[in-house]
Design a protein around this ligand. Structure first.
Ligand code: CA
Length: 505
């Protein structure tokens, strides 16, 4: 089958995107001849679009043309004026509740039970929490030694991870929004991949005193090291190694057991998106999400600025007024947060997005939302909160890849699925990250970084369901410890950039 020149999503669309760079004078559809060269993944007008007329893709208005565009003309980011964002206070809920999700080909995985129940772990990691960035240097040296000297003695433990982050002191610790970073660190400490072991390294004079993230039961000399209590660097490192040894002995006794998918919680996000992301990678992730949710798993999706323009579509998938209201509240909080910084949602799109054919945030949002599949949205979380329901959950986080990751980790995702168009080597130390690319040439360029190629959907060589099912199996193989995504294999781990919307002092 010959590859199509363009892909039109909805019949009412007056633009389509090019599958490959297309020279001027190419007939891309009956009666549509390109008026100029159009780069790969960019929009071509399917009919003349006058100045002020709506440009429609995904069946939604991406924006209004600020110039006349002929049939076959190129529409890029310079030619579109942004529409007003949807009014979140007037959203419908409950009229798009799907009950016939596709049937999953597998319903179990091999994971690690945790002492306090909840979601299962999929890796067996000693996670060492810190209360302040000041201790990061000492802890990093100690972790190097733990990895070299202790880990080989505990073959059932996968890794040791220093949870170094920029928070903890020099911050307005009692500011209302400080709840976000504090909650995130507290929940991160209990991440399912850490097996219920609590180990905290503190300095001793920081604002984020250990009792702000540890319960009275957790706050014991067995779980907490205060560096200012030790005589010199050598003694600090020895204390960390000694505590780590005790924790490693317990972690080493963990074994994988067969568990239902209701014990699995995963996250999804995208980054470095292009105009194919919403056609290939994100819809296939959405199909995998539907399979997982249908079989009882919990799937988180996020990225507020990337759903803001399509949030009314998500609201229709919330089952009741309180869930819809929570969704609206998260949007309002983020609108205010952006306004305080003197920007709006349009600040989201990157130069790479635009080069990849995504003209504005509306177009990016419509593609981003596709990763949520079609399941009902049963809960809405503030950044870093832990779910109390099973199913598809909207966790309101920044869209920034390196901030969304830690927020979802704090919510307890065992792994993250990451869709990319232009490519990023992003990864997380505490949870495996699976990469799905939107174009075949991306996979060919980065064969040792991209795990799943969804580009075959654009060329007609695979369906969304086929790639989505492949991704579903890969997710469960990674969760079960049978497979490793490339970012985990190469140990490509980003810093833990937790979300702090509160002031720095
Ligand atoms: Ca992102």
């Amino acid at each position: 089958m010959a590859a199509p020149y363009i892909i039109q999503i909805k019949p009412e669309d007056n633009v389509a995107i090019t599958v490959a760079a297309t020279p001027a004078g190419t007939q891309v559809a009956p009666g549509v001849v390109t008026a100029c060269e159009i780069p790969q993944a960019h929009k071509v007008a399917l009919k003349p679009i006058g100045k002020g007329e709506a440009v429609v893709r995904y069946g939604v208005v991406l924006g209004y043309a600020n110039t006349d565009v002929p049939c076959g003309g190129w529409i890029n980011e310079h030619m579109l004026d942004l529409p007003t964002p949807p009014d979140v206070m007037a959203m419908q809920y409950g009229d798009d509740i799907r009950t016939d999700l596709p049937k999953a080909p597998r319903t179990t995985f091999e994971g690690y039970e945790n002492p306090n129940g909840g979601y299962a772990g999929i890796r067996n990691i000693l996670g060492i929490m810190t209360t302040v960035q000041c201790v990061a240097g000492v802890l990093s040296v100690a972790v190097e030694r733990i990895r070299r000297e202790l880990l080989p003695k505990y073959p059932n433990v996968d890794d040791v991870v220093a949870l170094n982050h920029p928070y903890g002191c020099g911050v307005a610790i009692d500011a209302p929004d400080a709840v976000v970073p504090i909650r995130s660190l507290k929940n991160l400490m209990h991440h399912p991949n850490f097996g219920g072991e609590i180990m905290v390294v503190s300095l001793g004079c920081e604002k984020l005193a250990p009792e702000r993230i540890m319960t009275p039961q957790e706050l014991t000399p067995e779980n907490l090291i205060v560096l200012q209590d030790y005589n010199g660097f050598g003694a600090m490192v020895e204390a960390i190694l000694k505590m780590a040894q005790t924790k490693l002995e317990r972690l080493n006794r963990r074994r994988r057991v067969t568990l239902p998918l209701s014990r699995l919680c995963i996250g999804m996000q995208c980054g470095g998106s292009d105009a194919f992301s919403g056609l290939t990678a994100n819809p296939s992730a959405g199909y995998a999400s539907d399979l997982l949710v249908g079989a009882g798993a919990t799937v988180l999706f996020s990225e507020v600025t990337e759903v803001r323009d399509g949030v009314y579509l998500l609201a229709r998938r919330t089952p009741d007024a309180p869930t819809c209201k929570r969704l609206a509240q998260e949007m309002v909080w983020y609108d205010d947060y952006l306004a305080k910084g003197g920007v709006d949602r349009s600040a989201n799109t990157t130069p790479g997005n635009k080069k990849g054919g995504l003209s504005n945030i509306v177009e990016k949002a419509m593609g981003s939302i596709a990763k949520s599949g079609t399941a009902p949205i049963v809960q809405v979380l503030s950044p870093g909160e832990v779910p109390t329901r099973s199913g598809l959950i909207y966790a309101a986080t920044p869209a920034s890849d390196i901030v969304c990751g830690p927020c979802q980790l704090a919510s307890g995702i065992a792994l993250q699925v990451f869709m990319t168009g232009r490519g990023t080597p992003y990864g997380l130390a505490a949870a495996p990250v699976i990469k799905v690319c939107s174009r075949t040439d991306m996979k060919e360029k980065w064969p040792d970084l991209i795990d799943i190629n969804a580009g075959t959907i654009a060329t007609g060589d695979a369906t969304i369901e086929q790639v989505g099912t492949e991704l579903f199996h890969f997710i469960l193989d990674v969760a079960s410890g049978v497979k490793q995504p490339w970012s985990e294999k190469w140990r490509l781990f980003n810093d833990l950039c937790i979300f702090n919307p509160a002031p720095i002092t």
